[in-house]
Design a protein around this ligand. Structure first.
Ligand code: UD1
Ligand code: MG
Length: 499
C-alpha cells in the first residue's frame, strides 16, 4: 500500500497529572515498552511519509525518548496546552517551518491522521484500515469511533436521522440527550490535508473548557458541505487511554492477556496465563512450556522445547532448545541447548552457559562463560570466569574476582575437577584436566593435569570433647561412643593425603 501522502500527528503534550508521577505519562511502560512506544510502533506500521509528535509537559523527558524510537519524527513543542485543535495547529506549523515558501499548511498533502500517545493497545492494522476507509470514502474528516457502555467523559458522535455525522460534542458541552449517545470519538481522526489546513485557523475556543477543540473540524466540514465519516472500531480497548495508575494496570493486564493468547495460539504451552507476563518483544518457539509465576521480559528469546519456571524472571535472555530453567532470576544471560539452571539461581549479565551445562541451586554468575557440559551445581559465586567444557566445579566455590580495586578473570580449562569450598583468587588459571582438593584457595596457576591442594594438614586431638566440654550432651555422646579421655602422647593423627 502507498503511504507516500500520509502524515501522522501524535499528541503527547498533556500533563498526565492523575498519574501523580515524576515520570511523564506516555513514558510509563506496558509490556516492556513505553505507552508512546506502542503508539509509535503502530504508526510505523502505516509507513507514513511524515510523523510529528507534539510535546509539551516534561518535554525534556519525552522528546529524546521519541527521537530514540523514531529518529525521523519531527518534534513540535506546544508550550501551553490549549486543546487538541491547538496541538494539531502547532504540529502543522512545525512541518511548514522548513517548507520553501514558509506558508503554513503548504507542506501538507494527502491524508493526516491524528492519534494520542497514551493508547498502548492500538495496532498498526487498525490504523491502516481506518486510513484506508477514510481515503476510499473521500471524506474531509473521518472519526475512528467506538460504541461503549459508559460514554461519560468522551466526545459524542452526533448523527442525523440518515446516520450522517453532524458533529462531535464534548461531554461538558453536550445536552442531556446527547449524553445518552453511546458512540464516542476515540480521539483518532483522519483528515484530508487541504481541508485540515483551512479548518485549523477557524477553530475557536468558545466552549465549556475554553479550549481549541480539534473535534470542531467536523462541524466546519459539514458547514462547507463536505463528507464526514465515522467508523466504529470493534475492539474499543485499542483506543483506550491511560489517565491514572489504575487504568495503567488494567491496560497492562489486557495487553498481557493478548500477548499470552497469541503465544498459546502459536504453539506455546502456558500453564497459568494470569501469572505469566510476557513483554511485547519476546520471541518464543513452538513447544516451549511456561510454568506459573514467570516473567519473560525485554528481548528474551526461548527456543523450542525449553521449559521455563515456575517463578522465573528472565530479562533480555536467550534460552536454548530443550533447556530447563527453574526458579531463576536472569538478565542478559545466554543458556545453551539442553542446559539446566536452578532452582534459585541468579544469572547476571554476561553469563553464557554452554549446551548441556548446569548452573545449580544458589549459584550466582556474572560475566561467566561456562562451556558445553560444564557444571557449577551448588552454592557458588562465579564472577568474571571462563570454565572449559566438561569441567565440574565443586560445591560452595567462590571466584574471588575483586581485589578491592579492580576485577580480574579466572580461567579454568577443559575437563577439570575442582573440589568443594574452593576459592579462586583472580587473576588465576587452572589448566585442562587439572584438579584441586577440598577447601583449596587457588592463588597461583595450576598447570594442566596437576592437583593443587592448599588446605593445611588436619590435626586431631583425641578426647577433646570429654575434657573441654565435660558435662554437656556432646561429652556424654562421645563417652557413650567409647571415646578415650586422654590424648595419648604422639597420637595426634594427620591426614596427609587430601585427595
Ligand atoms: C478528547 C476529544 C474527545 C474524545 C477523547 C478521547 C477533543 C476536543 N476531545 O477529549 O472527543 O472523546 O479525547 O479520549 O479533542 N493534548 C495535547 N495538547 C493539548 C490538549 C491535549 O497534546 O493542548 C493531548 C493530550 O496529551 C492527550 C490528547 O491530546 O493525549 C487528548 O487530550 P485530552 O485532554 O485527554 O482530551 P479529552 O478531553 O479526553
Ligand atoms: Mg482524555
Amino acid at each position: 500500500m502507498s503511504s507516500s501522502n500520509l502524515t501522522v500527528i501524535v499528541l503527547a503534550a498533556g500533563g498526565g497529572t492523575r498519574m501523580r508521577s515524576k515520570t511523564m505519562k506516555v513514558l510509563h511502560p506496558i509490556g516492556g515498552r513505553s505507552m508512546i512506544g506502542h503508539v509509535l510502533a503502530a504508526v510505523q506500521a502505516m509507513q507514513p511519509e511524515r510523523v510529528v509528535a507534539v510535546v509539551g509537559h516534561q518535554r525534556d523527558q519525552v522528546g529524546p525518548h521519541i527521537t530514540s524510537l523514531m529518529p525521523e519524527a519531527v518534534l513540535a513543542v506546544q508550550d501551553e496546552q490549549q486543546g487538541t485543535g491547538h496541538a494539531v495547529r502547532v504540529a502543522v506549523e512545525a512541518l511548514t517551518v522548513g517548507s520553501s515558501d514558509g506558508q503554513p499548511g503548504t507542506a501538507l498533502r494527502g491524508t493526516v491522521v491524528v492519534a494520542y500517545g497514551d493508547t498502548p493497545l492500538l495496532t498498526g492494522d487498525s490504523l491502516r484500515s481506518f486510513a484506508a476507509e477514510h481515503e476510499a470514502a473521500q471524506c474531509a474528516v473521518s472519526i475512528l469511533s467506538g460504541i461503549v457502555a459508559r460514554p461519560f467523559g468522551y466526545g459524542r458522535v452526533v448523527r442525523d436521522e440518515d446516520g450522517d455525522v453532524l458533529a462531535i460534542v464534548e461531554e461538558k458541552d453536550a445536552t442531556p440527550q446527547q449524553r445518552e449517545i453511546a458512540e464516542i470519538n476515540s480521539g483518532i481522526l483522519a483528515f484530508d490535508a487541504e481541508f485540515l489546513a483551512e479548518a485549523l485557523p477557524r477553530i475557536g475556543n468558545d466552549n465549556a473548557n475554553g479550549e481549541y477543540y480539534l473535534t470542531d473540524t467536523v462541524q466546519l466540514a459539514r458547514d462547507a458541505g463536505l463528507t464526514v465519516g465515522a467508523y466504529p472500531i470493534d475492539d474499543v480497548m485499542q483506543t483506550e487511554g491511560v489517565n491514572d495508575r489504575v487504568q495503567l494496570a488494567a491496560l497492562a493486564r489486557e495487553h498481557n492477556d493478548r500477548i499470552v493468547t497469541r503465544w498459546m495460539r502459536e504453539g506455546v504451552t502456558i500453564i497459568d496465563p494470569t501469572t505469566t507476563w510476557i513483554d511485547s518483544d519476546v520471541v518464543l518457539e513452538r513447544d516451549v512450556t511456561i510454568l506459573p509465576g514467570t516473567q519473560l521480559l525485554g528481548v528474551t528469546v526461548v527456543a523450542e522445547d525449553a521449559v521455563i519456571g515456575p517463578d522465573t524472571t528472565l530479562k533480555d535472555c536467550e534460552i536454548g532448545a530443550g533447556a530447563r530453567v527453574v526458579r531463576v532470576h536472569g538478565e542478559l544471560a545466554v543458556v545453551g541447548a539442553s542446559a539446566e539452571v536452578g532452582p534459585f539461581s541468579y544469572l547476571r549479565p554476561g553469563t553464557r552457559l554452554g549446551s548441556e551445562g548446569k548452573i545449580g541451586g544458589f549459584v550466582e554468575t556474572k560475566n561467566a562463560v561456562i562451556g558445553d557440559g560444564a557444571k557449577v551445581p551448588h552454592l557458588s559465586y562465579v564472577g568474571d570466569a571462563d570454565i572449559g567444557e566438561g569441567t565440574n566445579i565443586g560445591a560452595g566455590t567462590i571466584f574471588a574476582n575483586y581485589d578491592g580495586v579492580a576485577k580480574h578473570r579466572t580461567r579454568i580449562g577443559r575437563h577439570a575437577k575442582t573440589a568443594s569450598n574452593n576459592t579462586f583468587v583472580a587473576p588465576v588459571e587452572v589448566g585442562d584436566g587439572a584438579a584441586t582438593g577440598a577447601g583449596t584457595v587457588v592463588r597461583r596457576d595450576v598447570p594442566a593435569g596437576a592437583l593443587a591442594v592448599s588446605a593445611g594438614p588436619q590435626r586431631t586431638i583425641m578426647g577433646w570433647a570429654l575434657r573441654r566440654r565435660a558435662g554437656t550432651p556432646q561429652a556424654h555422646a562421645a563417652e557413650a561412643a567409647g571415646a578415650p579421655r586422654e590424648e595419648a602422647p604422639g597420637e595426634a593423627s594427620h591426614d596427609t593425603d587430601p585427595g
